[in-house]
Ligand binder design. Structure first.
Ligand code: HEC
Ligand code: HEC
Length: 340
């Protein structure tokens, strides 16, 4: 009896360890479904409409800027003209670097400081922001209503609802939910093709999960914990500097913290960080693995950011690993004709 029990436990143990082993890799793979809110399920009509709106410069006051100006598919969904801080209406320079729109569908919070939750809540902000598209919605909605082609497309996507702030946001968000990363060499590796990435990248992956502690914050399929940290890019008090999530609520723990960005396709979206202050992945890896840009005297620096004493060769391995997260650009026909 006891023997039998022992055997059963052994078998269960073995099974569990197999499950664990495969779980370890499966957590890096894209979940089967893209999360969708209950009141805005994806339909082909919404996606197509959202795509047109996303690329349509008529959504800006100058008729020169679209969402794609700062989140372009050929630039890893970041600025079409790479720049440390976003350049919008009339050349106005905004306070922050444009994050990528890639995989934002999987995020629980949007913006570097996480000030809104959903893509629907996010979509209208940049249209109205004076440093971005500078287009009041009270002007835009009537303008779109005069474009017959849009009236028809909104009717198809949102029957009986008309062109409103709500339907505009829902359409753009629907398109953004299709902007997801493709299969990278790393994914093929995670799926079991041991030769899909170089030896150097494999070493980098081990460092990423181990000695370098990157995984403490860049975890899971989208390589982010969805949380916020101060990684020591600025020293001392942040007088006159970007206070990050602290701007949304004055909590001590939120002083200077920013959202952990995805690392998928990160090769495509230089420069890096919320202020665009690092040009290369080498520089970023060096900062993140060696205790931050400022090692001491940083108010509220994350305890996960420490000097991990990585050699130059190890930093290169981390970069090789990040390179392996680059997939081909997703298939997308960028619209050239817009509704009239
Ligand atoms: C002038 C450049 C510019 C334009 C135009 C622009 N954005 Fe952005 N976008 C930014 C910047 C900068 C941020 C980060 C702002 C912050 O965190 O405070 C951002 C943030 C975002 C985010 C959040 C991403 C994340 O990971 O947190 C999404 C989604 C987004 N923009 C979508 C859009 C859409 C949709 C449009 C068009 C309606 C648009 N943007 C137009 C510059 C721009
Ligand atoms: C304490 C959590 C934490 C750890 C540990 C960490 N990161 Fe980050 N990482 C962040 C946050 C937060 C940002 C954005 C910081 C900002 O802009 O202020 C970031 C930014 C980055 C970026 C820039 C991405 C972009 O689009 O701008 C890269 C690349 C990166 N980290 C790689 C790494 C690597 C490699 C490691 C390990 C050596 C690592 N990180 C360790 C939290 C972390």
């Amino acid at each position: 009896m006891i023997k039998k029990l022992g055997l059963t436990i052994l078998v269960i143990g073995l099974l569990l360890s197999c499950v664990n082993a495969s779980d370890d890799m499966s957590k890096w793979l894209r979940p089967a479904e893209v999360p969708q809110p209950k009141d805005n399920k994806l339909t082909p009509e919404k996606i197509e409409l959202g795509k047109l709106l996303y690329f349509d410069v008529r959504l800006s006051k100058s008729e020169k800027i679209s969402c794609a100006t700062c989140h372009h598919p050929k630039k890893g969904w970041s600025d079409v003209n790479p720049t440390p801080k976003a350049v919008g209406h009339n050349g106005a320079v905004g306070p922050r670097n444009s994050p990528v729109v890639l995989n934002t569908a999987y995020q629980n919070r949007q913006f570097w400081d996480g000030r809104v939750k959903t893509l629907e809540q996010q979509a209208l902000g940049p249209i109205e922001a004076d440093v971005e598209m500078n287009m009041p919605l009270t002007t835009l909605i009537p303008k779109l209503n005069k474009i017959k082609g849009y009236v028809e497309l909104f009717e198809k996507a949102f029957p009986g609802e008309g062109i409103t702030k709500k339907t505009l946001a829902k359409a753009i968000a629907s398109f953004e939910r299709t902007v997801v990363s493709t299969i990278s060499p790393f994914d093929r590796y995670a799926l079991g093709n041991k030769d899909a990435i170089s030896k150097k990248a494999k070493k980098g992956f081990e460092l990423f999960k181990g000695k370098a502690h990157c995984v403490d914050c860049h975890d899971g399929f989208n390589f982010t914990d969805g949380s916020f940290h101060n990684i020591g890019l600025k020293d001392g008090e942040l007088h006159g500097k970007d206070l990050g999530r602290y701007l949304t609520k004055r909590r001590a723990a939120w002083y200077g913290v920013m959202k952990t960005p995805t690392l998928r396709d990160v090769t495509k979206s230089s420069p890096y960080f919320h202020d665009g202050s690092a040009a290369t992945l080498h520089e970023v890896a060096h900062i993140c693995a060696n205790g931050g840009r400022f090692k001491h005297n940083v108010k509220n620096k994350s305890t996960y950011i420490k000097d991990r004493e990585l050699s130059r060769a190890e930093i290169s391995q981390l970069v090789a690993f990040m390179n392996s997260l680059e997939g081909p650009d997703m298939k997308l026909e960028i619209p050239t004709k817009f509704p009239q």
